[in-house]
Design a protein around this ligand. Structure first.
Ligand code: NAI
Ligand code: MG
Length: 502
């Protein structure tokens, strides 16, 4: 059901921020793009332009990288103690918390997600991440290592390691969780003492820009965090190829992830970490508690309108329960009210952009042409906004695009299985390996299958559980490295071995 596209207006402070002239944050100053070009920012619920932001490109990236380099090499930032860095991160978390409602409204208007979801999930998770990383700043330690050099008999040494910041970091983030993705990237980089050029997504730049102001208020020295809005092909590509960037961290499509690796290889072999696509299997075993598994399967795909890299987009259900589960998930889909994120009754907002709406609908059409059927949904929903109906596909074949490729919309393919061994092979039959889930009352079986699934995250009897302390990242073509948890600290530091001879 599509609600009216009319929704309550946002708070006047939120609207005043959205309305202002948006510039780039470079070396502590807000400056226009060198080219003077701008990008229109749309509310995806109605297609209206709500703001314009600067279209930064290579020239602006060059300035931002130079500022980040200066901030890394000298001045205030490297002179701060770890404790002082930690306190700044904690302060930033407090400031975001003070502006929680404003961020939720910005995310809703810019991305389309329900305001209440942003207020309950996106923003609190971002706050938590900064607090978690604030604690890490003072806990980055090396080790002492006894050595016994065979070609220097009798000589005595003292060897130890230092974990040092990797340097100037370029970070490129997508539009599905704009504030949260900025937090995942900035938190560990700042905890470790790196400096950053953050390229935020052209579709959803507003919360990242708001965050830029709070970063200044939290007291981070000029040039430590530089924020550039701009297109991927220009600003993003320039950052990935920049010879003075020590590391690039990217979240987005696997296709662009490969371009990032190529750019790093062709220039300065900068370090690369990647969070890419997924086609995550969600497995309901015959002994599962269906009263929770059905709701879990709906949440796995419909949360954030399916625009999640870890979306449970392939639902495997035992043949004996297939119809019951599909009906149950369809019933949940029917209850979801489509509408603008700012409407209090909205359960699912629009896709982020017309391009994404067309892309998702293109996948649906290719699935239907290949013989798949929609049990529910299957098309765009009316109005000016970029809505797509929550959709369940059946009668798919393993080689169809809708089974192999990431759709990134509210579309799940339900697939029946009979033999448990074939199930594991089918679940792992993907170029991706980001997440997976299994629903069962048999504890041993749950853990055994968790081991067999080739994915960086496995949920047992739950889905979409995130915490700043849990590492997240992909097997196979879903990425390189892990964000969050202490592994994120490894991504932004490098080891130096120091040896002294007595
Ligand atoms: P994308 O990968 O093109 O964009 C993500 C970020 O990369 C944006 O900031 C963009 O400006 C930047 N970018 C684009 N091209 C670039 C380039 N050549 N060099 C450097 N940076 C570049 O993703 P897009 O086009 O927004 O969505 C396409 C598909 O990607 C989606 O349908 C979905 O399947 C996948 N995707 C996956 C995400 C994830 O969380 N893993 C997030 C967003 C998209
Ligand atoms: Mg793209």
């Amino acid at each position: 059901m599509l609600l009216t596209t009319e929704a309550p207006a946002a708070d006047s402070d939120t609207l005043a921020f959205i309305d202002r002239e948006h510039k780039l944050l470079i070396d502590g100053d807000w400056v226009p793009a060198e080219s003077g070009e701008t990008i229109d920012v749309k509310n995806p619920a109605d297609g209206e332009t709500i703001a314009t932001v600067a279209a930064g490109d290579k020239a602006d990236i060059d300035k931002a990288v130079a500022a980040a380099r200066r901030a890394f090499e000298g001045g205030e930032w490297p002179a701060l103690t770890a404790s002082e860095r930690g306190r700044m991160l904690w302060k930033l978390a407090d400031l975001i918390e003070e502006h929680l409602e404003e961020f939720a409204e910005i995310e809703s208007l810019d991305n389309g997600k329900p305001r209440a979801v942003a207020a309950a999930a996106d923003v609190p998770l971002a706050i938590d991440l900064f607090r978690y990383m604030a604690g890490w700043a003072t806990k980055i330690e090396g080790t002492t290592i006894p050595i016994s050099v065979p070609y220097m008999p009798g000589a005595e040494f003292h060897s130890y390691t230092l974990r040092e910041p990797v340097g100037v970091v370029g970070q490129i983030i997508p539009w599905n969780f704009p504030l949260l993705m900025a937090a995942w990237k900035l938190g560990p980089a700042l905890a470790t003492g790196c400096t950053v050029v953050l390229k935020i997504a052209e579709e959803t730049p507003l919360s990242g820009l708001r965050l830029g102001h709070l970063i200044q208020d939290a007291g981070f020295p000029d040039g430590v965090v530089n924020i550039v809005t701009g297109y991927g092909e220009t600003a993003g590509a320039a950052l990935a190829a920049h010879p003075d960037v020590d590391k690039v961290a990217f979240t987005g499509s696997t296709e662009v992830g490969k371009l990032i690796v190529k750019a790093a290889g062709e220039t300065n072999l900068k370090k690369v970490s990647l969070e890419l696509g997924g086609k995550s299997p969600n497995v309901i075993l015959p002994d599962a508690d269906l009263s929770t598994a059905i709701g879990g399967a709906a949440n796995a795909i419909f949360f954030n309108h399916g625009q999640c890299c870890c979306a449970g987009s392939r639902l495997f259900v035992h043949k004996s329960q297939f119809d019951q589960v599909v009906e149950g998930v369809a019933e949940q889909a029917k209850q979801i009210k489509l509408g603008p994120g700012m409407h209090p009754e909205t359960g699912m907002g629009p896709m982020v952009s017309q391009i994404q709406q067309d892309r998702v609908c293109g996948y649906l059409e290719s699935g239907f042409a290949a013989g798949a059927q929609a049990v529910i949904g299957g098309k765009r929903a009316g109005g000016e906004g970029y809505f797509v109906e929550p959709t369940i596909l059946v009668d798919t074949k393993p080689d169809m695009d809708v089974i192999q490729e990431e759709i990134f919309g509210p579309v799940v393919a339900a697939v029946p299985f009979e033999d448990p061994d074939e199930l594991i092979a089918a679940a792992n039959d993907s170029i991706y390996g980001l997440a997976a889930a299994v629903w069962t009352r048999d504890i041993s079986k749950g853990h055994r299958i968790a081991k067999q699934l080739r994915a960086g995250t496995v949920w047992i009897n739950c889905y979409n559980i995130f915490d700043a302390a849990l590492p997240f990242g992909g097997y196979k073509q879903s990425g390189w490295g892990r964000e969050m948890g202490h592994e994120a600290i490894d991504l932004y530091t490098q080891t130096k071995a120091v040896t002294l001879q007595f």
